[in-house]
Write a protein that binds this ligand. Structure first.
Ligand code: NDP
Ligand code: 8X3
Length: 257
């Protein structure tokens, strides 16, 4: 395991779920953290939790990744001490709805594409030139099993995650000859706010997604993300599909009730 002490790690979507867990896991390794999301008060709560157990340096960034101008401005005006991001975790993402494609809400499609694909691109485009210039860096994208397999009603969400997978591969090709690493971590079902967001606060429907089996936890994924980041420099974990043992495919989950 290679030390990432004092390395600057930027996590998008750090206000909840997998991103918040990544923040805590990177803090435990002594990294310095830039935590980005739209909900500043949630970021502050995550930062306060981290501060209780470590003296990790934290910089908060209220940033909507789907807003290109905001991303460019926020990342180009980072304080000098925070500018040289070593590890970028492109985690911010969401799903909206589960309608059949031909009945889909186009606004939902726009939001998923703007966040999961264009947001990831805007952040990456802003930070990668610095990594290339310094000849140092690691981009870790959070994809999904949905990028490997479609499921009914998943249509546009699945397409965005297939895009994350494709872009991870494309990035590694374009970084050929540099020491910069690219990883894509693709979880199956993880219990987070994801389904609350997908079903717009329909708690009963959201809770059903995680009932009757043992889903992955955000910490399970965060541990793997940190594992990718702490391999020796010659080891690039390109892609990892991680499922709970109760899940065999995007549509096969062994529910006991
Ligand atoms: P959560 O809803 O718990 O967290 C999503 C995070 O993304 C929040 O911090 C949210 O912050 C942030 N986010 C959403 N939209 C934006 C935006 N426009 N700008 C900035 N931040 C944004 O869900 P998860 O932790 O589950 O999701 C994290 C990632 O993991 C997503 O990419 C998701 O697709 C992926 N994933 C999730 C799986 C699951 O089963 N939960 C499985 C596979 C992949 P805020 O609202 O404060 O902006
Ligand atoms: C989130 C997991 O299966 O709900 O990417 O799409 S799934």
């Amino acid at each position: 395991m290679v030390s990432i002490q004092n390395r600057i790690v930027l996590v998008t979507g750090a206000s909840s779920g997998i991103g918040a867990a990544c923040a805590k896991a990177f803090a435990a390794e002594g990294a310095a953290l830039i935590l980005a999301a739209r909900r500043k008060e949630k970021l502050e709560a995550v930062a306060a939790e981290i501060k209780e157990v470590s003296d990790t340096k934290i910089h908060l960034l209220e940033m909507d990744v789907s807003d290109r101008a905001t991303v460019e401005k926020s990342l180009s005006s980072l304080p000098k001490a925070w500018r040289d991001v070593d590890i970028l975790v492109n985690n911010a993402g969401l799903s909206r709805g589960l309608e059949k494609l031909y009945e889909g809400d186009i606004q939902n499609w726009e939001e998923m594409i703007d966040t999961n694909v264009k947001g990831l691109l805007y952040v990456t485009r802003s930070l990668l030139p610095g990594m290339v210039k310094r000849q140092q860096g690691h981009v870790i994208n959070i994809g999904s099993i949905a990028g490997h397999q479609n499921y009914p009603g998943g249509n546009v969400y699945c397409a965005t995650k297939a895009a994350v997978r494709a872009l991870s591969e494309a990035l590694k090709l374009d970084l050929f000859g540099t020491p910069i690493r690219v990883s894509c971590v693709d979880p199956g079902t993880v219990e987070t706010e994801f389904s609350q967001v997908r079903f717009r606060g329909d708690t009963e429907r959201a809770e059903k997604v995680y009932q009757g089996f043992t889903p992955l936890t955000p910490d399970d994924i965060a541990e793997i993300v940190v594992f990718c980041a702490t391999r020796p420099p010659h080891v690039n974990i390109s892609e990892l599909l991680v499922l709970t043992t109760d899940q065999s495919s995007a549509t096969m989950i062994n529910r006991q009730s």
